[in-house]
Structures are given as structure tokens and as C-alpha cells.
Write a protein that binds this ligand. Structure first.
Ligand code: SF4
Length: 178
């Protein structure tokens, strides 16, 4: 039998299965992430391969890409981010509805990569919080998928209260985000 989504921990008996509300929401969220691909250069090409038939991101419930921040919950940043583009990226992040997660794909997005210059942002975590980093220049589609699986792990386990916690507020304050 094909297992589409692993059931969360719970109690089962003849004809019933019980789990917590939080775990049920986590299960739904992790298997229906809607990515917003913010692709600026070569790493974006690897992402295109990730969406193609061979790697097929649809297997993980993430085939529905959105270029509208309000209809997506996973910001995937792929490529070199010039300092001039920083405010645009931050605005896109702010416009995304909570809960939202960020995947930094490749060396450029994560650290500026080989472009240690005056014009390139030395890592997107200087302007927005990042949940998972994917190394590589460029990372292969398998690595991008691995990054998404790591995000799924976080999403599935995240407490429903986290986004209302003082710690989360403090994190956003660090980035000057209300
Ligand atoms: S990490 Fe490498 S492949 Fe990716 S955008 Fe930068 S230079 Fe291109």
C-alpha cells in the first residue's frame, strides 16, 4: 500500500484514530506547503528541475507555486540577492500570511556565496529570519527536496502557539518586522 502521509502519534482502535488538534493541523500544513519561488539566478534553474517530472515536487504536496505572497506559506530564496533587492525580498516576506517559513537555497542566498562584494547581500538572514539552509553552488534538486523535507519536519512539529509567543515576537523585532 502506498503511504501518502504518515499519521501523527495518537491512539487507535477498531474503526477509530484519535490525535491532538495541534498534530492534525501540523499534518495538514506540512503536506500542503505552497512555495513562493524568489529565484534570481542559477539556483533557480535547479529549482525548475526540482519541479520537473524526474524530481516532481508535487509528490510532497508542494506543486502549487504562488507568485502572490498572500497565497503562499513557504518563501524559497534561490540565487544572488543584490543589496538593492533586499528591501523587495523583505516586503515579500512581510506580505506573506502567518504561519510562514523560509528556505534559503544555495550559497548565494545563504551567505553571498562567491560574491563577496559591496553590492551583494551576504546572506538573506541579515534581513529576514531563515528556517532551513540548503548548501551548494548550485545545490542539486535532491538537496532542494531535502531542504523541503526538513521544512516539513519543522512545520509538522510546530506548536500552534509559537507564532503568538514572546520569543517569536522578539525574533521578528530583531529584523524590525512588526
Ligand atoms: S549559489 Fe552558485 S549556483 Fe546558486 S545562484 Fe549562487 S552562483 Fe549561482
Amino acid at each position: 500500500m502506498i503511504e501518502f502521509a504518515k499519521a501523527p502519534d495518537g491512539y487507535s482502535g477498531k474503526g477509530f484514530f484519535v490525535t491532538s488538534f495541534e498534530k492534525a493541523i501540523g499534518l495538514a500544513r506540512k503536506n500542503s506547503l505552497w512555495p513562493l519561488p524568489f529565484a534570481t539566478s542559477c539556483c533557480g534553474i535547479e529549482f525548475m528541475a526540482t519541479m520537473g517530472a524526474t524530481y516532481d515536487l508535487a509528490r510532497f504536496g508542494s506543486e502549487r507555486l504562488s507568485f502572490s505572497p498572500r497565497q503562499s506559506d513557504l518563501l524559497m530564496v534561490m540565487g544572488t540577492i543584490a543589496k538593492k533587492m533586499g528591501p523587495v525580498l523583505k516586503e515579500v516576506y512581510i506580505q506573506m500570511a502567518e504561519p510562514k517559513w523560509v528556505l534559503s537555497v544555495g550559497a548565494c542566498a545563504s551567505s553571498g556565496g562567491i560574491f563577496d562584494t559591496y553590492s551583494v547581500l551576504q546572506g538573506i538572514d541579515r534581513i529576514i529570519p531563515v528556517d532551513v539552509y540548503v548548501p551548494g553552488c548550485p545545490p542539486r534538486p535532491e538537496q532542494i527536496i531535502d531542504g523541503i523535507l526538513k521544512i516539513q519536519e519543522l512545520v509538522g512539529k510546530e506548536s500552534l502557539r509559537r507564532r503568538h509567543s514572546p520569543e517569536y515576537e522578539a525574533l521578528l523585532n530583531q529584523y524590525d518586522i512588526e
